[in-house]
Structure formats: C-alpha cells, structure tokens
Ligand binder design. Structure first.
Ligand SMILES: [Zn+2]
Length: 698
C-alpha cells in the first residue's frame, strides 16, 4: 500500500520556492553563465543553430552509412535506426518550434532552413530501400525477433510502417502512382486548409435590416453609400447571427458563411480520392481502415458502433436543449440557433446575481500552477521546481523553466511560454523539443553536457538517459502585474499540463515511442482526464484561492457559474458526433467509386443525424479537420468517454489518491506509445466494447 499525501500540504519539496511566487514575480535571468536555447549551448545564435543542424546532419549521414554497411541485420539495427531518427527529430522538432515562436528574424530564418534541410534528408531516408530491407529483415527473422524487447519490436513496426508510407514496398510502376497520390494529398490538402473561408467575402445590408446588431459595429461597417458591408470571414458574421432580429437576414448570412467555393469542393474530392487510392494500394478497403489499424479503434466498424451509440445517448438531450432555448410557437432553424441561445444565456445570466468576473480573482496563474504541481506530486510523485534561467536559454524574458523531479532525480524540463505578446500564435499547445531515450557508451552524446543526460539505476548498472524537454504555450493576459485566469483558461492549462505529464512519465528507452508519441486517438486521454481534476472540489480546495485575500473559492458560486455554461453542452457534443460521422463517411469505401460525390454523401449523413429540418450540405468543404485528422476526428469524443470512465473508476471518490495515480501511470502514462493503446485501455478499464464506452460521454 502506498501512503497517501494529505490535501492542502505545501513545500514538501527540498528544491526551491513555491510556483505561486515563481509565476507572479518578474524573472531574473542569470547572466553569469550564458548558454543557448533550451540550455543547449550550441543554440546560442542563428549561426549556432545552423552549425548544430549541420553537425546533426553529418552525424545522421554517418549513422545511415553504418547501418547500411552492417553485414547482417541485428537487434542493433533497431536501436541505431531509433537513434538516427532522434538525431533528426532533435533538429526538426526544435526548428519547428523556433520558427513559430522566436522573435528574432535571423533565428526564424535559420530554423526554417534547418527544418527544410533535415526534412529533405528524412525523406531521403524514408525512401531508402536498404534501410527498409534491414528493418523488414529484423521483423521477419525469429532468431533476431526473440532478442528484442516489446518496445524494440514496436519501434521496428513503426519504422517499417513509416517507410511504407512512401510506397517503398512497391514495384516501380505502383510506387510512381503511390507517390503521385501522396503528393496530391500533401499539396491539395494544404491548398484546402488555406481556403477554408466562405466563397463570398461580404454581404451588403441596410442598417434597418441589421437591427439588433451593436450600433457601434454597424457604424464601423457603413460604406460611403450608406449601406452596411458585413465581412463574412470574421467574428462579426457570428456576432450578427447572435444578435440580428430578422430571421431572413440571419438566414442569408448563415447560408453565405457556410458556402465554400466550388473549387474547394473539387480540391477536397481529389484529396479524398487520392487517400482512397493510397489505401487500396496498401491492401485496405478504405482510407479509414488503413488509418485505423494502429489506433485504439482498430476499424471503421468500431467507430460506427461508438458514434451510433453516442448519438443515441446525446441526440434526445441535445433536442431538449434546443427546446429550452426556443420560444413557444417558433420552429428553430439552424440560423436561429445562435440567436436564441444568446438570448437564453443572457436571461439566465441576468437572473443570476453573480457575474463570471467574480470568479476570476480565485484563479491566479501562480496558484493554479502550484495546484497542478501539488496534484502531480500526490498522484505520481512528480515535483515541478522553479528553474533559474541562464542568459540565452529562453526566447522571451517571460518564459520560465520548470524542472521536473522524481525523487532526487531531475527527469525533464518544461519551458512555460504562457503570456500573451504581440506576434505570438494564440493557440495553446504542447511542443516536444526533445524526447526521452537511453544513451549508450558508444555514442558521442554519452558525455555531452548539452543535452540533459540523466543517470538511472544503481552503481555499476547505471544507465544514462536523455531527458524529455517540452515547451508549453498559452496566451494569458497580465494586468497590473497580476495574471488572473478564467475557468476555461484554467482547464486549458490543466489540459496542456496533462500532455506535459505524459511526456515526463512516458520515459521510454527508445525515442520513437516516448511520451505523447502514441496512437492519435489515445493521446488526449491524459490531457482530458487532467481537465477533470480542475473542477473537483478537493482539488479546487488546493489551489483556488483569492489572489488578494487568500479566501478559498466559494463552491456554490462556482457551481452556479458552471451551470450557466451548460446550456448547449449536449448540442455541441451532438455537433461533434455529426462531424465525426461525416469524417468517417467521406473516408469510407465510397471514395473509391467512380460516382463518388461527397456532397451527396454528406446530405445522407445529415438527413440521418441532423437535429434540423434544413441543413447546409456544402459546409463540410470548410472543415479543415477532414484533412488534418483524416478518419480520426472522433478522437476527442472517444478520449472524453475514456477520461470519464477513468475518473469514475479511479479518482471520483478520492481525486488525490496516490494508489489511483500509480494505476493510471502503470496502465497508460509510463508506456508512451510502446504498448498497444487497446492493451493500455483494457489494463486501465477492463474489457469493454466500443458502444459501451460511448455510454460514458456524460
Ligand atoms: Zn490536447
């Protein structure tokens, strides 16, 4: 039995002060010991980044030659290929982050160049028949296979699959058409994402048609003719849908906003058909079957069962919500939804005596971070300690480093870039900069002071590991030196820290399966589960205190505010279900038929599942996730159900139980992607079928 920590404790750690102060006070950067980005002294300038990239490329080329020259495949083939891909990823991942986040033009350019060079080399490796043959041989030779750990087998399979994504297994003719289809997906997919907006730029109205819309907005949009020009590809169109009184005007706006250009439909059709051809060449019936084999869901049939069962649970609740917001005698059409929802929420808010603002004082960034740290220490024995940043280590003086400890061992680092600033991308995200993996005495890296090596194990059996480094980006606003969060920002922070914890605990020996490098329909489980902690009374009790008075959050006030935002919860879930059905239908076998017509397919799905009489059946060609998720859009819904099941089973009664934390760690977190997601889920939750999982959406 593992002893439990008591709620409310502070300063258990011996490594430093509280995070509440760390995030509230100005950071002093030590100039005594200058270094480079992420503590890698080679990343101290644009020139340094270039040199790091060049050195990594040379080292990767040397390793490539070594693997190719090896006389026979062996266990080392897998290790060496994993290390080779780590050398490349350390440049590609770092450069992908730097080019998004660094304020210096020179650094951006150097990162862009490094990214391109390494990416090109990676493509060269992915189409190398020699490497592919070596990895296939390993998997086909029982004498080698039996010497591999499960982790190594998994990595060998992943590498083989990655090679096959470039069509390497085919004869020349088939490969040519494979590469052709893959190029269409890549080029047209990007084109699709770049043109998501409506076909029409704007609509023109008279001021009287727009009654209800904020007069200030109307004045701003008035043209010299006296008419009002409403831009459709902007937040203003959504505001108009929420506020304009005339239902016919709303209908016009709604239709125009949801109508893409015809070419957008054609581009998407080609992407879907090319994906279908790729799947066929690889021996699958549809792109969905091809994509789902290595996911938790395994097959499109399971996804259908899951979504169907979800829909049966949610549709009646969503209909009820629609009835609640609809005035008597009105037939609710889709262009009326935002309008009546806004009115309903406003009337609810009006009758509630407190405002949302009253809660914010209880969620100061420092207190929330300290709360997350306490939760992680109690559940998993992980401690987050304030790190002192050296000159050159961070890309903005407001970026702070948290050092992650397990016992006395520093196991990783989280760079927190949490504050809003000009030119910064506003989307919260978790970036992997460096993965966990074992480092061997024959590697140059073994004695490298730059890359955060950690020792593990006793005395002469000691092993060395490269520690995970991640960057966490949010967009919080600071006013008068205080950063107060809304509750939805608190949930975002818990969510992103859920990914960070996965990276820190999933410290595998091979980098290809470390941390969040697992099945994409399973990767949101740790983060969505973490969100649930944010609102548990025992956890709120730990962290939600007023930043000025230190008063604990009044729980009844909090619950009342939570209820206010529940008006359209089921409707939103239902909307996600319909989009997931569309995603599945468009990636089904239908895409291989000569008569493939995506608009007709979407109409069929809407007829069966939509809650409205009228639908916009072309809007699917504005749905970017069709390209970026491709047959796995259901993932959030699935992981939400799994998180609810995990919560019920392990944490509901005692969210701070170390025993439950250990269970989640040993079933899910510690594996990264080295164990099949279904095996992890069954270890955690017992046997289940997919339609039963859906019962836990609420
Ligand atoms: Zn996430």
């Amino acid at each position: 039995m593992i002893p439990r920590f008591r709620a409310g404790f502070r300063n258990l750690s011996s490594h430093g002060g509280s995070l509440a102060e760390f995030f509230a006070e100005k950071q002093s950067i030590s100039s005594a010991k200058a270094t480079g980005l992420f503590g890698n002294s080679r990343l101290d300038s644009a020139r340094g980044l270039e040199a790091f990239s060049e050195a990594s490329l040379r080292s990767a080329q040397k390793m490539d030659a070594n693997i190719q020259n090896a006389t026979a495949p062996s266990r080392d083939t897998v290790l060496q290929l994993d290390i080779l891909s780590d050398v490349i990823c350390k440049v590609v991942d770092m450069a992908a982050f730097v080019r998004l986040s660094h304020p210096s033009r020179h650094m951006l350019d150097a990162a862009q160049q490094a990214h391109e060079t390494m990416f090109e080399f990676m493509n060269h490796l992915n189409t190398s028949p020699e490497l592919y043959n070596k990895v296939t041989a390993v998997l086909e030779m029982p004498s080698i296979l039996k010497t591999l750990s499960t982790e190594e087998v998994k990595v060998a399979e992943i590498l083989k699959h990655d090679f096959e994504k470039s069509g390497i297994q085919f004869d020349d003719k088939t490969r040519e058409s494979f590469v052709h289809s893959a190029n269409i997906v890549s080029i047209l997919g990007q084109q699709f994402l770049n043109n998501i907006g409506p076909a029409q730029d704007s609509l023109v109205f008279t001021s009287s048609e727009l009654v209800g819309l904020d007069p200030y907005i109307i004045r701003r949009l008035r043209t010299f003719t006296g008419k009002v020009q409403l831009p459709l590809d902007s937040q203003l169109a959504e505001i108009a849908l929420q506020t304009v009184h005339d239902t016919n005007v709303r209908k016009k706006i709604w239709n125009a906003v949801r109508t893409p250009s015809q070419s957008q439909i054609e581009v998407l059709t080609q992407v879907l058909q090319s994906r279908s051809s790729i799947a066929k060449m690889c021996g699958y019936k549809s792109f969905a079957s091809y994509e789902l084999t290595d996911k938790l869901m395994k097959s499109p049939d399971h996804v259908q069962d899951f979504l169907q069962s979800l829909s049966t649970t949610i549709a009646p609740l969503a209909k009820k919500e629609l009835q609640t917001i609809t005035p008597a005698g009105v037939q609710l059409d889709p262009w009326d939804h935002s309008y009546y929802l806004t009115r309903h929420t406003a009337s609810k808010r009006g009758s509630s005596k407190d405002t949302v603002g009253a809660l914010t004082g209880y969620f100061s960034l420092g207190n929330v971070m300290q709360g997350i740290s306490d939760v992680c220490e109690m559940l998993y024995g992980l401690k987050f300690q304030p790190g002192s940043v050296a000159a050159g280590e961070v890309w903005d003086p407001e970026v702070r480093r948290l050092d992650v400890y397990e016992g006395d061992s520093r196991v990783g680092a989280i760079y927190c870039d949490l504050f809003n600033r000009e030119g910064k991308a506003p989307h919260p995200a978790h970036f992997t900069i460096q993965c966990s993996r074992q480092v061997y005495p024959w590697e140059d890296l073994y004695e490298d002071p730059n890359l955060n090596i950690r020792n593990s194990g006793p005395g002469d059996q000691q092993e060395k590991f490269q520690t995970p480094i991640i960057a966490l980006v949010c967009d919080f606003h600071t006013q008068n030196g205080v950063t107060l969060l809304s509750f939805s920002e608190v949930q975002t922070l818990f969510h992103e820290m859920g990914h960070a914890i996965h990276s820190m605990i999933g410290r595998t020996r091979l980098h290809n399966v470390s941390g969040t490098r697992c099945a994409t329909d399973f990767v949101e489980l740790p983060s969505v589960l973490m969100e649930k902690f944010a609102s548990a009374p025992q956890v709120l009790n730990l962290y939600a205190r007023h930043f000025e008075t230190n008063e604990p959050l009044p729980l009844d006030l909090f619950k009342a505010q939570q209820n206010l935002s529940m008006t359209s919860e089921n409707w939103e879930t239902h909307h996600q279900i319909v989009l997931s059905f569309i995603d599945q239908a468009l990636h089904s076998e239908a895409a291989s038929q000569p008569s493939f017509d995506p608009t007709a397919i979407v109409s069929g799905v809407l007829k069966q599942h939509s809650l409205y009489h009228v639908n916009s059946n072309k809007q699917y060609a504005q749905f970017g996730h069709l390209v970026s998720y491709g047959a796995t859009y259901y993932s959030y819904l699935l992981d939400r159900c799994l998180a609810n099941m995990t919560w019920e089973k392990l944490f509901k009664d005692d969210p701070l139980s170390r025993e439950s934390g250990e269970k989640f760690k040993s079933a899910v977190l510690q594996w990264g992607g080295s164990r099949d997601a279904l095996e992890c889920a069954q270890d955690l939750l017992g046997e289940f079928d997919y339609s039963q999982v859906a019962q836990h959406v609420k």
